[in-house]
Ligand binder design. Structure first.
Ligand code: CA
Ligand code: CA
Length: 325
């Protein structure tokens, strides 16, 4: 049986700074050694054996034979042994890992699921990670896409949508699709998705009830309208609450209306989907997530005027919503 444990060792101040905290991955009851150690000696415990390794930068791996109290320090050259370990009771095989190595484990498997993309190390790459927004047992963890770059990163993708009729953008038959399972009027007829999108063109939506577990800030991206980051005020998308929001443009996608102000209000449930606007609900729309193919059209207007000012001639126009706390 493979046991994976992280041990944190605090070392005296005389050691080099990078060795103040050294982490080891431990495999118990396995042993394989070809006699090529950089040091071999007695140690009265696994801890003292691993401490000896921690204090020597050349030491990368440790084998400790508990019954004999023998400690082997292995250098870089023995790395291939990790794949050829054999069972032997009472022995320990320790692999030294860097702090970066520890962070790189986060979210890479179901058992290492993180609460949201914000739990990733800031140096992490954007991509798919395992998340478990409700915490506790990871049996219901799932894969989600993280944007680790835009406006500081830490964003979990909750919705990727396209349009039902982008060729005739202002036609009533145009709508965003699919839509999340949020509460809107029964007329709203585009398909509902509860499958987390795995990238920005994987048109799906995470179950809406999970959104609030990820946070209340939203990032809206689109390839036909400016990108917004909105903080909740009296209004909040994830709480399905009408009112004020504080939005800023984090990327100008088009040269149209570059000095236009970002929207300042949200009304989630009036009409056929959430609307972001500034003054008048119907005449200053910036984003309208209209999901009905029988009426209205999904404004993506960088001027905030409910007009057809979105970037034109874009192949496969789309949008994405991300969340962070
Ligand atoms: Ca869980
Ligand atoms: Ca429509």
């Amino acid at each position: 049986m493979l046991i994976f444990v992280l041990v944190y060792l605090s070392l005296p101040a005389k050691t080099q700074p990078e060795e103040d905290g050294v982490l080891f991955e431990i495999k118990e009851n396995v042993f394989k050694f070809d006699g090529n150690s950089i040091w071999q000696g007695k140690a009265n415990s696994l801890l003292s054996c691993s401490r000896t390794c921690a204090s020597q930068s050349a030491c990368k791996r440790v084998i400790f034979e508990g019954s004999k109290g023998t400690c082997f320090l292995l250098g870089e050259g023995q790395t291939h042994l990790a794949n050829t370990l054999v069972k032997q009771d009472g022995t320990f095989y320790l692999k030294k890992i860097t702090t970066t190595g520890v962070y790189s484990l986060l979210g890479t498997s179901k058992s290492a699921a993180i609460a949201s993309c914000q739990a990733l190390h800031s140096q992490s790459q954007s991509g798919v990670y395992w998340i478990d927004p409700d915490g506790g047992s990871h049996t219901n963890a799932f894969r989600a896409y993280c944007d680790m770059k835009t406006d500081g990163g830490g964003w979990t993708l909750v919705w990727s949508y396209s349009f039902t009729n982008n060729v005739d953008f202002t036609a009533h038959s145009n709508a965003v699709t699919p839509r999340p399972n949020w509460q809107v009027t029964p007329e709203v007829n585009v398909p509902i998705s509860t499958t987390p999108p795995l990238n920005e063109t994987n048109f799906n939506a995470m179950n809406f009830s999970l959104w609030k577990l990820l946070g209340r800030q939203i990032l809206i991206k689109s390839n036909i309208n400016n990108w917004l980051v909105c903080h909740p005020g009296t209004g909040s998308l994830v709480d399905w609450q009408e009112g004020e929001v504080s939005c800023k443009v984090v990327k100008h996608v088009t040269n149209t209306c570059t000095s236009a102000l970002a929207p300042s209000k949200i009304s989630p449930s009036k009409g056929y989907g959430p609307k972001l606007y500034r003054d008048s609900e119907w005449y200053s729309l910036y984003y309208y997530f209209d999901g009905y193919t029988g009426k209205d059209w999904p404004s993506h207007d960088p001027c905030g005027t409910s007009k057809s000012n979105h970037l034109k001639n874009v192949v496969n126009p789309r949008g994405n919503i991300y969340i962070r706390a």
